[in-house]
Design a protein around this ligand. Structure first.
Ligand code: MYA
Length: 456
């Protein structure tokens, strides 16, 4: 997915003024409530959000006013900012340009002399390691360079080898002289439903240029070349996300964050202890039960795939943008993988019917300058279908399961029905946004609650 950002400040929740008589009548309860609210208020200033919105936030303020000229993006088949007013009339939409495979340029786009294109074989441990290291050292970080995404090797294999994957879409740039990998962009095949129409697309992710090669217009060459390679397979649309505002988001979401291990988050400078709050009270505020509460909730297994896939497909019909998994896709993306993806189903103890499912993936960040901690363990909400269990209960269990699996924080976008549980479950909003884009498709923009697509 394209992801995150520079430093974003979490926005404090609105505080209800406490009335005097209420204070007098119920002083102890009010004191407790005030302390809780203060803690929440302070926590929302945490660094957590910075991980997800820094680059984005800064760019967004400029770009929202359309000040920025896009030398590259203005040449691409994407909805341009100027066309925004007409967008609401577009409905389900249509392609911006129509080509055939015969129209596609046969040769790769040229790179400057000292560089060459390289296909990365992520099934080869040495090449996987190169991609891992490039991203580990050069991918998205917060504006103060305290945290940087640390997609694990197994995560990369999961993310890049779904059914139908193409090696030619795992595209790198190497220095000719020493073969050093200095840039990456990836595409994977996907089927989505967009305003109720099925579309074969690619998801673009892991666009990364080595820090020393930034601002040299290498990114547009990577994007043109991956487009050419995808077009060669007769695929003409793409979905991608980014923290920065480009022409032109089809929808945008905020990240919300739920502390699971407040002590560690405070120690690594991710959040702060609120004034007059003790560590003990803070920990009590975010404490979760030792085990999930929903009867019949358990890790997903291979035998659940048909029923759980059907359930998710049915649930997703509520939304205007979502993935359209086959059972094979579903098995790839949802069957649990230790350290990568955690999925659970609710099996009715009497009927054995699968009534609900939830999942999250693991995307740690390197803690860059802390002597005591190297890694921040973050869980990200992934695919959920709450058909019988109330969503808030299912997500409370997801938080508990994430905590049981040693995650420090649980992140979720405010897409789909997620906003309905954030308040009850002590999530706090981040400042930045994640923008969703479509390549070569114009359609009416959508509110984030219409979107159920989560990219990695
Ligand atoms: S999002 C994750 C992006 N990666 C990072 O943030 C990691 C850290 N940053 C870097 O590695 C570099 O800063 C990157 C830019 C590589 C991001 N998406 O080479 P430049 C435009 C799209 O001089 P650099 C993810 O992975 C920028 O507006 N465009 O810049 C999804 C400008 O164009 P224009 C971006 O900083 C990626 C031009 O690049 C992004 O050295 C989806 C400047 O190039 C961005 N995140 O390198 C890609 N950032 O002048 C699109 C900058 O016009 C896929 N730019 O404003 C499109 C569909 C393709 C397939 C289609 C198939 C049909």
């Amino acid at each position: 997915m394209g992801m995150p950002l520079p430093l974003a400040q979490l926005r404090p929740p609105k505080m209800e003024p406490l009335r005097k008589h209420h204070l007098r009548k119920n002083a102890a309860a009010a004191k407790e409530k005030a302390a809780t609210l203060k803690q929440e208020q302070e926590d929302v200033r945490a660094r957590i959000a910075k991980m997800f919105s820094a680059e984005r936030g800064a760019a967004a303020s400029k770009m929202d006013t359309n000040e920025k000229e896009h030398k590259f993006w203005s040449t691409q088949p994407v909805v341009q900012h100027a066309a925004a007013k007409e967008l609401s009339d577009l409905g389900a939409g249509s392609a911006i340009e129509t080509k055939t495979v015969a129209d596609v340029q046969k040769h790769p786009y040229p790179l400057i002399d000292s560089f060459e294109w390289a296909e990365i074989d992520v099934n080869d441990d040495a090449e996987l390691e190169e991609a891992y290291k490039l991203l580990n050292l050069n991918y998205i970080e917060d504006g103060e360079a305290m945290f940087r995404f640390d997609y694990s090797r197994n995560f990369l294999k999961w993310a890049l080898l779904p059914p139908g994957w193409q090696k030619s879409w795992h595209l790198g740039v190497r220095v000719k002289s020493n073969r050093k990998l200095v840039a990456l962009i990836t595409a994977i095949p996907a089927r989505v439903r967009l305003h109720n129409q099925p579309r074969e697309v690619v998801e673009i992710n892991f666009l990364c240029v080595h820090k020393k090669l930034r601002s040299k217009r290498l990114a547009p060459v990577l994007i043109r070349e991956i487009t050419r390679r995808v077009n060669q397979h007769n695929v003409w649309q793409a979905v991608y996300t980014a923290g920065i505002v480009l022409p032109r988001p089809v929808t945008s979401s905020h990240y919300y964050h739920r502390s699971l291990n407040p002590k560690k988050l405070i120690e690594i400078g991710f959040s702060r202890l609120a004034p007059r709050m003790t560590m003990a009270r803070t920990m009590k505020l975010y404490a979760l039960k030792g085990a999930p509460s929903t009867p019949g909730i358990r890790p997903m297994e291979m035998r659940d795939v048909p029923a759980a896939c059907k359930l998710l497909r049915e649930y997703y019909q509520r939304f205007s943008l979502h993935v359209d998994f086959s059972e094979e896709d579903f098995a790839h993306w949802l069957l649990p993988r230790e350290g990568v993806v955690y999925s659970y189903v609710v099996e009715d103890p009497d009927s054995g019917e699968i009534s609900d499912m939830t999942s999250f993936y693991s995307l740690p960040s390197s803690v860059i300058k802390n002597p005591n901690y190297k890694t921040l363990n973050a869980a990200y909400s992934f695919c959920t279908a709450a058909m019988k269990t109330p969503l808030v209960d299912l997500m409370r269990d997801a938080l508990t399961l994430a905590r049981m699996n040693d995650f420090d924080v649980f992140n979720a976008l405010d897409l789909a029905e997620n906003k309905t549980f954030f308040r009850d479950l002590h999530f706090h909003i981040g400042d930045g946004k994640l923008h969703y884009y479509l390549y070569n498709w114009k359609c009416r923009p959508m509110e984030s609650k219409e979107n159920a697509l989560v990219l990695l």
